[in-house]
Design a protein around this ligand. Structure first.
Ligand code: BES
Ligand code: MN
Ligand code: ZN
Length: 490
């Protein structure tokens, strides 16, 4: 699908297969509704009176063209009450794109649909939302689903300014990366193995212009990543650590570090998970997937910033060689960990990556993202990611980016009491802290490995995946991460 900006003196004269016009519930007309009402000699007003069209949120009516209008069809879409709600705006865009799926080219007058909002934000959001809504998710069915598809969407703007064009580019880049993250998250564990993920990163690095280094098992052993190796020890598919470096900033400027959990399948290991829904644990690499995908967006947008990303890829399976409850692992940092539950494996992988990236690259700040705990899903549900952060400025900027990106997050606590719950009788730390505050003890565990480097952790266990009818990956938190980095340089 192609998205572009168009200008128009008179939308009634726009040549398009479908012109989409919004209607407010309070009866006030958008400029486009006013124009259509004028050319139809009061048609819009009378159709509202007769109940054929309505401004009620969710109501829509598709009209064939009528005299005075060049467009082949007009879709009237109810916007509800006038509002500044960003989420509702995106929802309306999504529903319009879904409703016009079988129409080849569609023209939106969406910049009129919010009470007040930055046009740049609206353009970026229309781009991001419409492209993600249009894209069909990949599957492995042998019978391809047919169907006409929207080929182009045009967005009416007053003037094609540089700022609006750049907003369109940003929204499109984010949408493409969301698609990539979704595709990776949906991939089954027998296809998306650690080796496969590393190869994907390598290919993307070549194509988009970031450096990729892949560490195989021998190199990982040399780095003494005992946590990651412990988790990987039960698998036949060997682990990978992938380092991606994007140099868009000044030479010598400290990079921002991104870290991702890349469990291509998490069966729980010896502390085996129950069978129900275990298939979904193929998305336990969503942290890594979203980090790889974010690098693609950052590089294609040529952001003037240095970013280093590290993802740790492995499976977590039970076998005769798997790590056992009670085993003690020595992590890359030198700290020892007693594994009380082999299903709390993500943190064992992450702490090796965190101390490694801090040692090696001296980043200005680190953000890790991981499908880390079921407890976070219980705490915040499936729409809000858990944000843990040691730095106030970083936290508020991440929350701001999350709000603008419509990729919600909520700040969670990192109090010392959670660290105390990780005390081990035999090692420096235990890898679990009991059921209470499970998302917080997991974050407190990670915190022990980041020293003084400003650090944020996003627990995306609930938000990276949708269960039920729309089962599949969401591509989150790509919008949050990319917007956060964009905001750093704008
Ligand atoms: N990958 C899971 C977390 C998870 C759970 C992600 C549900 C998505 C949906 C993680 O490795 C895990 O198993 N965590 C355990 C930790 C526990 C053993 C302390 C959990 O949350 O149950
Ligand atoms: Mn697990
Ligand atoms: Zn896991």
């Amino acid at each position: 699908m192609k998205l572009s900006l168009v200008t128009s003196q008179n939308i009634a004269e726009l040549n398009t297969e479908c012109l989409v016009v919004g209607l407010f519930k309070d009866g006030t007309f958008t400029p486009s509704a006013t124009t259509l009402d004028r050319v139809s000699n009061g048609g819009v007003k009378s159709w509202i009176e007769s109940g054929d069209i309505s401004g009620d949120l969710g109501c829509s009516a598709l009209f064939p063209s009528f005299p005075g209008v060049v467009a082949k069809r007009v879709l009237f879409i109810g916007l509800g009450k006038k509002t500044n709600c960003r989420k509702s705006f995106a929802k309306v865009i999504q529903s319009v794109v879904e409703k016009t799926r079988n129409i080849k080219n569609v023209t939106l007058t969406a910049l009129e649909w919010m009470e007040t909002a930055q046009p740049e934000w609206m353009v970026q959001t229309v781009a991001q939302t419409s492209i993600t809504t249009c894209s069909s998710v990949k599957n492995y069915k042998t019978q391809p689903s047919d169907g006409k598809k929207t080929e182009s969407i045009h967005l009416v703007v007053e003037k094609k300014t540089k700022a609006l064009t750049s907003a369109l580019t940003k929204g499109s880049a984010i949408a493409k990366s969301v698609e990539l993250a979704k595709e990776l998250g949906d991939m089954p564990g027998n296809i998306c193995t650690p080796k496969y993920l590393a190869e994907v990163a390598q290919k993307l690095g070549k194509a988009k212009g970031f450096d990729v280094t892949v560490y195989e098992e021998k190199a990982i052993k040399k780095l003494k990543m005992g946590g990651l190796l412990g988790v990987a020890s039960g698998s036949i598919n060997p682990p990978r650590v992938v380092i991606m470096e994007y140099h868009g900033g000044q030479k010598g400027e400290k990079p921002v570090a991104l870290v991702g959990k890349g469990l291509t399948f998490d069966a729980g290991g010896i502390s085996l998970k129950p069978a129900a829904s275990m298939d979904e644990m193929k998305y336990d690499m969503s942290g890594a997937g979203s980090v790889i995908a974010s690098m693609v967006a950052i590089a294609s947008l040529k952001l003037p910033i240095n970013v280093v990303a590290v993802v740790g890829c492995t499976e977590n399976l039970p076998s005769g060689s798997a790590v056992k409850p009670g085993d003690i692992l020595t992590t890359h940092s030198g700290k020892t960990v007693e594994v009380l539950n082999t299903d709390a494996e993500g943190r064992l992988v992450l702490v090796d990556l965190l101390s490694f990236v801090i040692d090696q690259f001296k980043p200005a700040e680190v953000i890790d993202t991981a499908t880390l705990t079921g407890a976070c899903v219980i705490a915040l549900g499936n729409d809000i990611s858990g944000l843990f952060c040691t730095d106030e400025k970083m936290a508020s900027e991440l929350l701001e980016a999350s709000e603008k990106a419509l990729d919600s997050a909520w700040r969670m606590p990192l109090n010392a009491q959670f660290t105390q719950m990780l005390e081990s009788r035999f090692a420096d730390l235990a890898n679990i802290g009991g059921r209470a505050g499970g998302a917080c003890t997991a974050a407190a565990f990670l915190k022990e490995f980041v020293g003084n480097t400003p650090w944020a952790h996003l627990d995306i266990a609930g938000t990276a995946w949708k269960s039920g009818k729309e089962k599949g990956s969401t591509g989150r938190p790509v919008p949050l991460l990319v917007n956060y980095l964009i905001n750093k340089v704008n």
